[in-house]
Structure formats: structure tokens, C-alpha cells
Design a binder for this molecule. Structure first.
Ligand code: AMP
Ligand code: ZN
Length: 471
């Protein structure tokens, strides 16, 4: 499988550390609010990556954190504590909102056919582990105490800006966010591992540590949760592109300093979902959720289809018009698959293998989901029989997760149920028309079709036979 690697800026052949097994880590949500459909774009594409790896026969050990402490609004060490902000907004405790939005997140994932990772770890359950790893970083000389907090010393690294040759001035966290620089930091890029001197006097969650009562920084959470559950050698680390800096850059710095060797080989970053006014973000306040899509009458799975129609490394613009186009395309596809669900037959092996190879090649080409969807259309256009087409689509949908077969079956059954309501007079005319067509008396067949239309029904010949619908 070829995967684009943000570390090397090119597509590479994917080779895991251990043959047949992939250790994969995903940055989980910060549970102070609902996930927006932008966040969910990242999780949909990461879900496809996991399923594509499984499709290739890999055993995937996927780990995700839940950020319920330590994430500040700047992504660095400045701004408000996101969880505290959420708790205040809703007059609840931090743990109450963490539980509520964690459940809401997995509820949304289920609706979008995003599989829950095997291991999901809320950061607040790993405090001892964070303290242990920070202590090792202190012992090794990679961390220092200043003004009561513990900082990672980026000057101790050969290379800190691993994803790009960034201009330090542009990207140093304090400068980037336009807020005051932290006087305690020895270097601009240094970041907090443990906060004790919190500027948040009302910080609700605090734990004892060798450096005083406080709480962990956001970045150390992911490093520790991954190293504990994926082991010392991580194959793929995923996240939205905004996480590449500073979050993932800091994860690499501290993990490799701790381990003393390279940590993760492949970095998979999903580009953003944007609206016409820019990146969709929770902090802007106004954002779209899965529930909102449902309220407006959209099936969540259609949003997944919308995401799969474009490549994960291209930013995607969300407009209602674009989503409506996806609805039309999705429904058309379901209508085409529906008649197949009523047929049976033997699998045409040659066609099956040819189209399966095309699908696999699309996924192996850096998870080209748009191409994979094109292969679904190729299946529908192919000369294969219904059983072969259905078997292929069912198999593809194990990765695509679009409920193609279930929705096609439902449509076919509803169409059958609808015909039960058709008046006897129309059914009688339909029978006469069938006989006329058999006799090749097309003039009479047309006349009977018009009579049926005058009674308010439309009659169509399909591959499945005759279809009658109310006009
Ligand atoms: P958060 O809950 O803010 O920690 O973000 C959860 C995930 O969503 C992270 O992987 C982010 O990089 C990703 N993300 C945030 N905004 C967007 C967006 N507009 N489009 C795609 N992914 C996003
Ligand atoms: Zn993370």
C-alpha cells in the first residue's frame, strides 16, 4: 500500500514494523462540545484507512485518547482551558461534560459507520503514567522546571520542526496566537508537560505530582497513551492537519526523547473541511453537527459519501448545495443497486477478480476513496450478473461503510410494498400491456400505458420486470 507520509512529504510504500500487524494511533476529540462535521471528516478518513488496512489482511491495533484535560484554546500553552470553558458554559462539572460529549461523539461515529477503536483512553485515567514519563524526561535532561511548571526543552533536540522546515519566528506558539510569550520558557518552542502554576485558579481537576499539585499538558497525553498501548514502535499516527504543529511535533519530541529512538514511521494527516468563510472549528461557536444534518433530513451516511468523493489530502468545501449533490448521487446509486437484491445466481469469478483488483488498487493508492467510488459505478456498468455485482458491492462496503446493500434492500422492499397498494384496474391494464408487449403489439402497449397514466400511474419496464409508481 502506498501512503503519503507527512514526515517525508511523499507517497511511500507502507511497511509496518511487524509483518502483518499495524499499530495505529489517532488523536481523539476534546470533549468540551459536540464534534463538528469537520472533526468527523478526519475520523471518517481515518476509519477508512483502518478498514483499508484490514482489507489488505493486516491485524490493526488502533488506539485513541479522549482529551478531557489539558487542551488550551491556543493548542499550545496559552488561552483558556477548553474543558473548563465547556463546563462553565453548561453550569456542569468538567467530568459531567466529558462524559456527555464522549458519549455524543461515539453516538455520531456510530451513525457515520466509524468503527470505535479497540482501545480508547480518557487522559484523566492515565495521570500516573504521564507523571512517570515526565520524570524520565526530567532525569534525562530534556525537561526543566520554571515558575512552577515543567517544560520540555526543545533546544536539546537535533531537529524540532520535523514536518517542515518552518520558520521558527512564524510558528513559535506564543507568536502564532498573538498572545504574550511565557517568560518561563527557555526557548520559544518549549512547551508545558505539567502545569502547577495554573493561571486558572478555578482549575477543577488537579493531581499531586513530584512538582506540586497540577495537571498535564495536552501533548504528553497522546505520547503516553500511545506508547503504553501501541508499544515503543508506532506504525501510523493520524490526525487533522492542524494537529501537525504544535501537537504532533511536540508528541514526536517528547516520545523520541523518552524512548531514545525513532517512534513513529508514518504520519497520516487529513486536510480540513472548510466552509465558505474558512476552517470549520468549535471555537468559532457556530458549527455543524451530525444531529443538525439529521434535523434537516439528511442521512448521516450521505455525509460520509460526500467525504469519500474527495481525497483526504485535499481540503473540502462544505456547502448545502454540495451536500445536496451527494444526496442525489447516493440515491441514484441505491436505486441502481435495489433491483439486484432480488436476484440470485453464481459469481462470475473473472469479473469479480477484475473489479476487486481495481478497488484494491484505488485504496492502495494513498486511500483514493474517490477512485474507489468510481469502481462501484464500474461494477454497476459491468457485464457481470446481479449476484457478482452484489457480492462485490457488499465486500467494498466493508471499507466504504455506506450501507449500500441495506438501503438498496429497503428500497426494493418498499417498492414491492407500494405495488400492493396499486388499484386492481391499473393492475389489470398492466397485465394486458404485458401480453401486448409479448405479442410485439407496441402500439397497443403504448395505448395501455397512456390509460394507466390517465389513472395516475406510471408504468416502466426494468431489468427486474414491470415497475408501477404513482405519478
Ligand atoms: P479536537 O476535538 O479539536 O481535538 O479535534 C479532533 C480532530 O478533528 C483532530 O484530529 C483535528 O485535527 C480535527 N479537525 C479539527 N477541525 C477540523 C476540520 N475543520 N476539518 C477536518 N478535521 C478537523
Ligand atoms: Zn494527540
Amino acid at each position: 500500500m502506498q501512503l503519503y507520509n507527512s514526515l517525508s512529504h511523499k507517497k511511500e510504500e507502507f511497511v509496518p514494523h511487524e509483518e502483518g500487524r499495524v499499530n495505529m494511533y489517532t488523536c481523539g476529540p476534546t470533549v468540551y462540545h459536540y464534534a463538528h462535521i469537520g472533526n468527523l471528516r478526519s475520523y471518517i478518513m481515518e476509519d477508512i484507512l483502518e478498514k483499508a488496512l484490514r482489507f489488505e489482511g493486516y491485524d490493526v491495533n488502533r488506539v485513541m485518547n479522549i482529551t478531557d484535560v489539558g487542551h488550551l484554546t491556543s493548542d499550545g500553552d496559552t488561552g483558556d482551558d477548553k474543558m473548563l470553558k465547556g463546563a462553565k458554559r453548561e453550569h456542569k462539572t468538567v467530568m459531567e461534560i466529558a462524559k456527555f460529549y464522549t458519549d455524543a461523539f461515539f453516538g455520531d461515529c456510530e451513525k457515520l459507520n466509524i468503527k470505535k477503536p479497540e482501545t480508547v483512553v480518557p487522559a484523566t485515567t492515565y495521570i500516573d503514567e504521564f507523571i512517570r514519563v515526565i520524570s524520565v524526561l526530567m532525569d534525562k535532561g530534556y525537561a526543566y522546571e520554571a515558575g512552577g511548571n515543567i517544560y520540555f526543552d526543545t533546544s536539546k533536540l537535533e531537529k524540532y520542526y520535523v514536518f517542515n522546515d518552518f520558520n521558527e519566528e512564524d510558528l513559535a506558539v506564543g507568536v502564532r496566537e498573538g498572545v504574550e510569550a511565557d517568560e518561563n520558557k527557555r526557548n520559544k518552542a518549549d512547551f508545558v508537560l505539567w502545569f502547577t502554576k495554573s493561571k486558572f485558579d478555578d482549575q477543577e481537576l488537579k493531581w499531586d505530582s513530584p512538582w506540586g499539585i497540577g495537571y498535564p499538558g495536552w501533548h504528553i497525553e497522546c505520547s503516553c497513551i500511545s506508547m503504553k498501548n501501541n508499544g515503543e514502535y508506532l506504525d501510523i499516527h493520524c490526525g487533522g492537519i492542524d494537529n501537525a504543529f504544535p501537537h504532533h511535533t511536540n508528541e514526536i519530541a517528547q516520545s523520541e526523547a523518552y524512548l531514545g529512538h525513532k517512534w513513529c514511521n508514518y504520519w497520516f494527516h487529513v486536510l480540513h473541511l472548510n466552509t465558505n468563510s474558512g476552517k470549520m472549528s468549535k471555537s468559532k461557536g457556530e458549527f455543524l453537527t451530525v444531529s443538525l444534518l439529521e434535523e434537516k433530513g439528511y442521512k448521516p451516511v450521505v455525509y460520509r459519501f460526500f467525504c469519500l468523493q474527495s481525497h483526504y489530502r485535499k481540503s473540502l468545501v462544505f456547502t448545502w448545495e454540495n451536500l445536496d449533490n451527494a444526496v442525489v448521487a447516493y440515491n441514484k446509486l441505491i436505486e441502481k443497486i435495489a433491483p439486484l437484491t432480488k436476484e440470485s445466481g453464481d459469481i462470475d469469478r473473472a469479473e469479480y477478480d477484475r473489479l476487486m483488483t481495481a478497488f484494491r488498487e484505488a485504496l492502495d493508492n494513498d486511500i483514493n476513496t474517490a477512485m474507489a467510488i468510481t469502481v462501484v459505478y464500474d461494477v454497476m456498468k459491468s457485464k457481470a450478473n446481479a449476484a457478482t455485482k452484489l457480492a462485490l458491492i457488499a465486500k467494498f462496503d466493508e471499507v466504504l461503510g455506506l450501507d449500500l446493500i441495506a438501503n438498496a434492500k429497503e428500497l426494493a422492499e418498499n417498492a414491492g410494498a407500494a405495488s400492493a397498494d396499486i388499484p386492481a384496474e391499473v393492475m389489470e391494464l398492466a397485465e394486458q400491456r404485458k401480453a401486448a408487449r409479448k405479442d410485439k403489439n407496441f402500439a397497443l402497449a403504448d395505448e395501455l400505458r397512456d390509460k394507466i397514466a390517465a389513472l395516475g400511474y406510471e408504468i416502466k419496464e426494468t431489468r427486474q420486470g414491470t415497475e408501477i409508481n404513482k405519478l
